[in-house]
Write a protein that binds this ligand. Structure first.
Ligand code: B12
Length: 219
């Protein structure tokens, strides 16, 4: 999804950690009937720029924390607009969580919200979830799909360990990994079936899987 003409001010407000301005821009865009998914896309780009500032030591940990807080508040504004109450039978069951050692959850929470909107039943184990906890929940819940989130390079080994434990316990369901830095190569390394760097793409893969289609492995 590309950015719109309204994108630049919001991207800049997030990148510059201007909380009030960012929230005011989001409120205005919602009033103007802008697509909440486009707003999320712009926030993601702002967060990417915050990360780049951090890498260059222009921002420190406090900057990441501030950006996370702004994003959380933006999601509070967007949630009622995106969350059209799903009704009827669950379309499929997804077990979701951020792998051990990683506490990033903003992206995972968007995946959870969008899956909910498409009538999936989502079991979210939260952050820093050990492989054994995923395995125990798989035994109990028998999900149709398992989704692992991770944003740190160091999370890939935790993902690999989790996938390997789940397979050794006999899980047949597809495993999808997601996070900003995931690539085809990482997906192959961790042994996942599918991967996504975008929640909409990930949810689309889940929908196709439940419809018996064979989706692309990731993008
Ligand atoms: C905000 C933030 C934080 C916040 C997180 C708050 C929270 N509640 O999540 C806090 C302050 C806690 C944090 C801490 C740290 N962070 Co940080 N953080 C970020 C930042 C700026 C934004 C992440 C974010 O929320 N993006 C917005 C969301 C919407 O995007 P997303 O997560 O990619 O999710 C989307 C997709 O990936 C996908 N998706 C995500 N999960 C899943 C799962 C599935 C199943 C599917 C299908 C899809 C999917 O859908 C989402 C929506 O499209 C990134 C920069 C970046 N480029 O990502 C750094 C970044 C991830 N952090 C980084 C680092 C280094 C750290 C720390 C180690 C810093 C420190 N010195 O302590 C700690 C680690 C803590 C830990 N153990 O996890 C590095 C990682 C570098 C690396 N290669 O490992 C980054 C890349 C910054 C950088 N450029 O250096 N961080």
């Amino acid at each position: 999804m590309s950015h719109s003409d309204n994108s630049a001010p919001l991207i800049a407000a997030i990148s510059d950690l201007q909380e009030e301005r960012a929230l005011a821009l989001v409120r205005r865009r919602l009033e103007d009937g802008d697509d909440p998914l486009m707003i999320i896309q712009d926030c993601k780009e702002g967060m990417r720029q915050v990360g780049a500032h951090y890498e260059k030591s222009e921002y420190f940990l406090a900057g990441l924390i501030m950006a996370g807080e702004i994003f959380r508040e933006v999601m509070e504004l967007l949630h009622p607009v995106v969350a059209v109450q799903a009704s009827g039978r669950a379309f499929g069951r997804v077990l979701l969580g951020t792998v051990e050692g990683d506490i990033h959850d903003l992206g995972k929470n968007i995946v959870n919200m969008l899956l909910g909107c498409r009538s999936f039943a989502v079991y979210d184990l939260g952050v820093n979830v050990p492989a054994a906890q995923f395995a125990d929940q798989v035994d109990e819940l028998q999900p149709d799909i398992v989704g692992l989130s991770g944003l740190l390079t160091s999370s890939y080994d935790a993902m690999r360990e989790t996938v390997s434990l789940l397979r050794s316990r006999g899980l047949k369901a597809p495993i999808i990994v997601g996070g900003g830095q995931i690539t085809e190569e990482v997906s192959r390394y961790v042994g996942a079936d599918y991967w996504a760097t975008d929640a909409v793409v990930g949810v689309d893969i889940c929908q196709r899987l439940m419809s018996g289609e064979d989706p692309d492995h990731g993008s």
